[in-house]
Design a protein around this ligand. Structure first.
Ligand code: ZN
Length: 297
């Protein structure tokens, strides 16, 4: 199943939709009987677990009312996560290597995943503009990443059980303002948390339809391929990420883990490249979907 959060027309309230045949959306506030969750809220749907799944299967089989995909405005599937988006640094070996010159020579790949977060207010839609705040955020960089959506809550989750806690997957771009990242002591939170710098979507694809260990991840800027890799190269795999992250920290339905970016980011190009107003960033995970975000003029 593919699930979206959308606004049918200007001024309407957001609601959850079920994508059908790739280009039609069933509005979950329409079907009768009413769903066993709030159809305006993706997190409520995820929290409802099996009862939501059963209801959705029924809707998919019966519902005839649907709207063309291009007639609505898609928001991020989870427009306002209840906590920060969890992110992983240096999780593709080639990306770790391309940034090697910026670190001490004896710096080794970590034994544990490196986590940081993006503020909930950084979340942006799959086709929305990325703000360009010229006074303090000129060095906008791209990072295509596979996003994991947590389904069942859990704490101290074992690697063996981890995948039972995954609801589905989405496409994330961990847009980063490199100047701010550098100015604040090399820590990552500030440079990765500005408003609108976490486009996400276009849908959540449920875990039963995805082989997360073999997905091609691509980022293009103005049609030129900048990153092109496969999640086969993830250094810490998803079960390990969930196990380590959930040690003493409760993961809840709708929490998002962005699994890290491959090589090809702008900062490590020679000379470095950043995005300017009018540039168009395309973030694609083949089989999951494609986002197209312009940098605001
Ligand atoms: Zn990243």
């Amino acid at each position: 199943m593919r699930l979206v959060t959308f606004v049918p027309q200007i001024g309407a309230t957001p609601r959850v939709g079920l994508l059908r045949n790739g280009n039609r959306i069933i509005d979950l506030t329409d079907p009768q009987p009413r769903p066993p969750f709030d159809p305006a809220d993706m997190i409520a749907l995820i929290t409802a677990g099996d009862s939501a799944r059963t209801w959705l299967r029924d809707v998919a089989a019966k519902s005839r009312e649907s709207t063309p995909f291009d007639k609505v405005t898609l928001l991020a599937p989870i427009p306002r996560p209840r906590k920060n988006v969890f992110c992983v640094g240096w999780n593709y070996f080639e990306h770790f290597n391309e940034s090697a010159s910026k670190r001490p020579a004896d710096f080794k790949l970590p034994d544990h995943p490196v986590f940081f977060t993006k503020a909930p207010t950084s979340v942006n839609g799959p086709y929305a503009a990325i703000p360009y705040q010229s006074e303090y955020a000129q060095s906008l960089d791209w990072e295509v990443e596979l996003g994991v959506i947590i389904g069942r809550a859990g704490k101290n989750i074992s690697e063996a059980d981890a995948m039972k806690h995954v609801f589905g997957y989405t496409v994330v771009n961990d847009v980063t303002v490199r100047d701010i990242q550098i100015h604040h002591g090399g820590q990552w939170f500030r440079g990765k948390s500005l408003d609108g710098t976490c486009p996400m979507g276009p849908s959540i694809v449920t875990a039963d339809e995805v082989d997360a260990d073999n997905l091609r991840v691509v980022c293009r800027v103005n049609g030129v391929v900048k990153q092109d890799a496969n999640t086969q190269s993830l250094f810490f795999k998803i079960p390990r990420l969930i196990a380590e992250l959930s040690l003493g920290l409760t993961l809840e339905p709708g929490d998002i883990i962005s699994t890290g970016t491959p090589s090809g980011v702008g900062r490590h190009r020679n000379p470095p490249e950043f995005m300017s107003p009018g540039d168009v960033m395309e973030t694609e995970i083949v089989g999951l979907g494609l986002m197209r975000n312009a940098i605001a003029e």
